[in-house]
Ligand binder design. Structure first.
Ligand code: FE2
Ligand code: FE2
Length: 147
């Protein structure tokens, strides 16, 4: 069963925003380290940033798929195509994170790693706005709940 925070637009939006702002700030730090050619620091930041994506946004995505999305698909079958599109976004984010890990392990260009983190931010931001607008804002109330 999904907790109330994911079903309410304001609290769900706040979860998206805090993870996004932290990732954005860390990406800016990474970019500056790469510009200064401080590759030791850049790799350290990239490793922490990957962990941030995994423990915040990808964990959030997994809990949505295991709870909220399943509940919505069952109660509001007309939203099935939206749920499928949003699940595909989650998959793209997982793929981007795995690709960044491979880039780091194979010591590929750090400029490319920075570009992938920016791409990830863009996918996540677009996904979050879509999820809030197409799914959460139009959610039907659960039977027997006051809010
Ligand atoms: Fe999501
Ligand atoms: Fe979400």
């Amino acid at each position: 069963m999904t907790g109330p925070a994911l079903r309410h637009l304001e609290s769900h939006h706040a979860i998206h925003e805090s993870a996004h702002q932290e990732a954005e700030a860390m990406t800016a730090l990474l970019e500056r380290a790469v510009e200064r050619k401080d590759m030791g620091l850049a790799v350290q930041i990239a490793v922490v940033l990957i962990e941030h994506w995994e423990t915040r946004t990808l964990c959030h995505a997994a809990s949505e798929e295991q709870g909220l999305y399943l509940e919505i698909s069952q109660v509001e079958p007309d939203k099935e195509s939206v749920v499928q599109a949003l699940t595909r976004d989650h998959e793209l984010m997982r793929m981007a994170v795995e690709e960044i890990k491979e880039f780091l392990n194979n010591t590929q260009s750090m400029e490319e790693v920075v570009r992938r983190f920016h791409l990830l931010l863009w996918i996540e931001n677009t996904h979050s706005r879509d999820e809030e607008r197409r799914l959460i804002a139009t959610l039907k109330k659960k039977p027997g709940t006051a809010s």
